[in-house]
Design a protein around this ligand. Structure first.
Ligand code: HEM
Length: 155
């Protein structure tokens, strides 16, 4: 009889251990999926469209201040990498098509505008490394144009 009790006790302990491990306690947080609330995920990355847009805005402000300064190239390249990350996060969200008359056109426009932001950011990396001040200013102005176009159509 006591052998059976010991057997059940050990089995219950083993199952509890497996359940604890499967729950992810102490491990990595679950990845944020579509529709996750806006905010910050692991490592400080924004997890929703609005949070990513707000971060993009902070990066654009930093670029306007520092991108033409040859002493700040390393920091500027990190700022650009963060901007590119934010744009990629926006591209992983459900595009906000509820305010556009034609959702098919809206989806294509949304993707084009976000990809143009990515291309502009990569061109800006080249211009920053080459210290081409005029080009840097032109490309930063392009961010403003793309933002205007996107907000006119989708907000
Ligand atoms: C450098 C470019 C851009 C910057 C800095 C920027 C910045 C922002 C900011 C600060 C917000 C407000 C977030 C809030 O309400 O908390 C926002 C919202 C939004 N932006 Fe942008 N944006 C940019 C480009 C774009 C583009 C290209 C599109 C579309 C293709 C777009 C679509 C939207 C939409 C749909 C919202 C509203 C989100 C919501 O209220 O749920 N943005 N953006």
């Amino acid at each position: 009889m006591s052998t059976r009790i010991l057997f059940f006790t050990l089995t219950a302990a083993a199952l509890a251990t497996v359940a604890f491990a499967a729950s992810g306690a102490g491990g990595n947080p679950a990845p944020a999926g579509r529709g996750a609330p806006a905010g910050r995920g692991g490592g400080g990355a924004p997890t929703g469209l609005r949070a990513a847009m707000n971060d993009m805005q902070n990066m654009v402000l930093a670029l306007k201040k520092d991108a033409a300064d040859p002493d700040k190239i390393d920091q500027t390249l990190k700022t650009l990498a963060q901007f590119e990350r934010d744009v990629a996060i926006v591209k992983m969200q459900q595009p906000p098509l509820d305010r556009v008359p034609d959702p098919v056109k809206g989806l294509a426009d949304f993707r084009n505008l976000m990809s143009s932001l990515q291309r502009t950011a990569l061109d800006l990396e080249d211009a920053v490394i080459a210290k081409k001040v005029d080009e840097i200013k032109k490309l930063i102005a392009k961010f403003d144009e793309l933002e205007k176009a996107g907000h006119n159509e989708f907000i």
